[in-house]
Design a protein around this ligand. Structure first.
Ligand code: OOG
Ligand code: NI
Length: 456
């Protein structure tokens, strides 16, 4: 069948993202309330800030805002991760970045499956933060073997999911009907299961080793543990959550509020205690699922990221602030060392930008007379404009903060220096893409295009 008869990967991703969101709203009604709050705050923000509205429109980001979200799952074995890579590839989602969370006391390492090209990101940037449990970090050998044994007995994919993945790979796509079947089959993998696969004693032993281990090992599948809409004003949503019956975590993770937002700011509501049933019909509870919001800013270059990491470290060494207001004030003070106007961010090579011709630039290009000069000169002459490229990835320290706040406050000391990207990639079956390379290419392509159009 010709490729044109297959549904585009972008469309399958949108079907999947919408189905996941519907399922999670039914499973965790607070997520639906949070989505409504975010939609209202976004509408108010756009009405109050016409410049922001225009910029999002110019960057083709306004349309995606309403559908934009990320989710997170945690898997137990290399084979599960490997299969997920094949599943997500069908939806145009590829592994980008490597995150070592062991440093922060969480025994996993992770990647984000997400679209990588510009057009796909504009259509629907749905991302899934995917973590692989590191059983080798369980100290008790008998318990480690028991966990491995339990995981070896489960298949998180229903047979139809495996068949459709194989079929998609063989024929190079899925028809619309097959795509709908595929999405429905995948929902089975990410659905919540009220019945644990183990008895209470086993659950307790794994829980005592680390709460996250129990969450990954004791269920039939990697239930989606949160979905995250994108807000344009995270401070307002954080403040309003309690009046909407939602209990936010103490502080917003990431950089402070700025004139030129950078990277990613995140906050969540704490995980719900849910009734479950252990083997032998023993009732109990499990706490894993929550809701999160994010506000996205500009992607930073390696130089900008190094400065961010340095300032964030400074703030982590400063005295802990009791509440979010104090924390934000302290962050803002420390981040004064990070330039907060676009020209400086650009000229100092701290952030990534997309270059476009202005109206005057397009006229000049149309006349066919070559303009001269470097990009900065063309910007000063009003022929070219630069807009920040949005950060599409995650932050390990923030991610650790989100994990921690949902592990019932039980903190765990760091596992000694333990990054192992090679092992992660071997499980995955391919290397992860370097996120900096993606942003640099976007920036460079846009620069080349305007320079070419202006004949320089
Ligand atoms: C993932 C936590 C990380 C984020 O947005 O940084 C994350 C998890 O709890 O499984 O989702
Ligand atoms: Ni998240």
């Amino acid at each position: 069948m010709p490729a044109s008869h297959y549904l585009a990967a972008d469309e399958i991703r949108t079907l999947f993202s919408e189905s996941m969101s519907r399922m999670y709203q039914a499973e965790v009604p607070q997520y639906g309330q949070l989505m409504q709050l975010v939609a209202r705050v976004n509408a108010d923000t756009l009405a109050a800030q016409p410049a922001l509205n225009r910029r999002l429109q110019d960057n083709d980001e306004l349309a995606r805002l309403g559908v934009e979200r990320h989710g997170a799952i945690r898997v137990g074995t290399a084979a599960e991760l490997h299969m997920l890579r094949r599943v997500f590839a069908i939806m145009g989602m590829h592994p980008v970045g490597y995150y070592d969370l062991s440093e922060a006391g969480v025994p996993v390492h992770s990647t984000a499956f997400r679209p990588t090209d510009e057009a796909a990101l504009q259509r629907n940037p749905f991302r899934i933060f995917t973590s692989l449990l590191r059983l080798e970090l369980i100290e008790d050998q008998a318990l480690r073997a028991r966990a491995a044994d339990i995981l070896a007995q489960r298949d998180i994919f229903i047979p139809q999911a495996r068949e459709l993945v194989a079929q998609a790979e063989q024929q190079g796509g899925l028809t619309e009907e097959q795509a709908r079947q595929f999405v429905a089959a995948m929902l089975e993998t990410f659905r919540w299961h009220r019945h644990a696969t183990v008895d209470l004693a086993t659950y307790q032993a794994l829980q005592d080793a680390h709460r996250l281990i129990a969450d990954v090992v004791c269920f039939r599948g990697p239930h989606i543990n949160h979905l995250t809409p994108r807000t344009l004003d995270i401070d307002t949503v954080q403040r309003k959550m309690p009046t909407h019956g939602i209990n936010p975590k103490a502080v917003i993770e990431g950089p402070p509020r700025r004139r030129c937002p950078i990277l990613l700011r995140q906050t969540s509501f704490t995980a719900l205690e849910e009734s479950i049933m252990f083997a032998g019909e023993q009732p109990g509870t499990h706490t894993a699922r929550f809701g999160e919001i994010e506000q996205r800013g500009m992607a930073l270059t390696p130089k900008g990221r190094a400065l961010y990491d340095e300032l964030l470290n400074q703030s982590r060494q400063a005295p802990t602030q009791a509440d979010n207001a104090g924390h934000q004030q302290q962050l803002a003070d420390i981040f004064r060392a990070f330039p907060d106007d676009e020209a400086s961010l650009r000229e100092q090579g701290l952030g990534y930008f997309r270059y476009q011709l202005t109206e005057a630039g397009r006229r000049q290009a149309g006349r066919g007379t070559a303009a001269t000069g470097e990009l900065e000169a063309l910007i000063r002459d009003g022929l070219v404009e630069a807009t920040p490229i949005t950060y599409e990835d995650f932050l390990p320290v923030s991610a650790a903060g989100i994990f921690q706040s949902n592990l019932g406050g039980a903190s765990h000391s760091a596992y000694a220096q333990n990054a192992n990207q090679a092992a992660f990639e071997q499980a995955l079956g391919c290397p992860v893409t370097d996120e900096f390379g993606l942003y640099a290419r976007l920036q460079d392509d846009s620069a080349r295009q305007v320079l070419q159009a202006l004949g320089t």
